[in-house]
Design a protein around this ligand. Structure first.
Ligand code: SF4
Length: 352
């Protein structure tokens, strides 16, 4: 049986922060040898908002440095930049022709972004169509996502079903055999178990829960300024960690706390060993130590994991070939597969 294929993309937002390292990239590293993996820095997605070209180039490169330093291994996966494979936008155009505008307008992300803008770019509306093309171009059947992103995959699944039902002769025949005269109406609703030219990608849930920012209020995000950079120097990490929000019930050192509602405890779960995590919970509940003591232990755990990554990033930056060669190889392999998909897709659609 062929190995399952996964696709995952990440925005070229510059150096990783520990939220996207723990929430996505660490998972990529553990998946890259279990599945045939395609990991992509999605720069076409990044240009749907305002940006400066030189800055985008720098952020794209910084992201690649972070990925390589974190353990994404180009000999185990296909790592590439989205715009190096023009078939992404070619397939997105094709999918645009079978996607009703109403479906795109109902997407939560579009509603949120368009509510903040007077003039809405078509690229923002069509963003999920490009996402579907990213995944389906490689016929990926699994997509690593957090629980909060599962609904984003539904549109890709819907586009896959719709295209198969319109253009894949074997899929259409199977639908008709199943539904007889009622096939027309059943095409888009009852085909989940049929295998078409494009698969219906499924979510591969990321084991790490959502990482909150240091403010303890919202998801860790650069735009909210509540992050710790993956490659930050130890003294800068401690400066951010020391004032980070904890359980508000712990006003004095003698007040017992509830670790489950404290973001520092959840960071311990991500960086500290199980015995330390247990010790943290006991010390917190019994007011056995203060929050600064707790943060010092977290800092040590983080430093153990992050120092080798930071050192690797410095080595990678000193030799551009360590970045350029794997990216060129990755793009070439991605284009081989993407080219095959496009040739077959266009043939079935009557495009020469
Ligand atoms: Fe959070 Fe640790 Fe303070 Fe408990 S002791 S509230 S887990 S920082």
């Amino acid at each position: 049986m062929p190995q399952s294929r996964i696709f995952s993309g990440i925005q070229p937002s510059g150096e990783l922060h520990i939220g996207n390292y723990l929430g996505a990239v660490k998972n990529w590293v553990s998946l890259q040898r279990q599945y045939e993996s395609f990991f992509c820095v999605v720069d076409y997605h990044a240009i749907t908002g305002p940006y400066v070209p030189d800055d985008l180039r720098r952020r794209t490169r910084d992201m690649v440095v972070s990925l390589l330093a974190s353990g994404v291994d180009p000999s185990a996966c296909t790592l590439f930049i989205q715009s190096a494979v023009p078939e992404h936008t070619e397939l997105a155009w094709i999918f645009n022709t079978i996607t009703p505008i109403g479906e795109l307008e109902r997407q939560t992300q579009f509603k949120e972004k368009s509510a903040r803008q007077e003039s809405i770019l078509a690229g923002i509306l069509n963003y999920p169509v490009l996402q579907a093309a990213d995944i389906l171009l490689y016929k990926a059947n699994l997509v690593p996502v957090g629980e909060d992103q599962v609904q984003h995959l539904e549109l890709s699944r819907e586009i896959s079903r719709r295209w198969n039902a319109k253009f894949d002769p074997a899929y259409i025949a199977a639908l008709e055999a199943r539904s007889g005269a009622a096939a027309e109406s059943a095409k888009e609703s009852s085909a989940e178990d049929l295998v078409g030219f494009f698969p219906e990608p499924k979510a591969l849930l990321t084991p790490t829960r959502r990482i909150m920012g240091l403010d303890g209020q919202a998801k860790m995000s650069k735009s909210l300024g509540n992050t710790i950079g993956l490659l930050e120097e130890p003294k800068d990490i401690w400066e951010k960690l020391r004032p980070a929000v904890t359980d508000p019930a712990r006003v004095r050192k003698t007040d017992p706390g509830t670790p489950e509602i404290c973001n520092i405890y959840h960071l311990h779960k991500a960086f500290s060993d199980p015995a330390t995590v247990e010790h943290v919970a006991v010390q917190c509940r019994t007011a056995g130590w203060g929050c600064i003591d707790c943060k010092k232990v977290l800092f040590e755990s983080m430093d153990r994991e992050l120092t080798p990554i930071r050192n690797r990033a410095k080595e990678i930056r000193s030799d551009p070939s360590v970045i350029d060669e794997p990216l060129a190889r990755g793009a070439e392999h991605a284009r081989d597969i993407a080219g095959d998909t496009m040739r077959e897709t266009k043939h079935m659609m009557g495009l020469t």
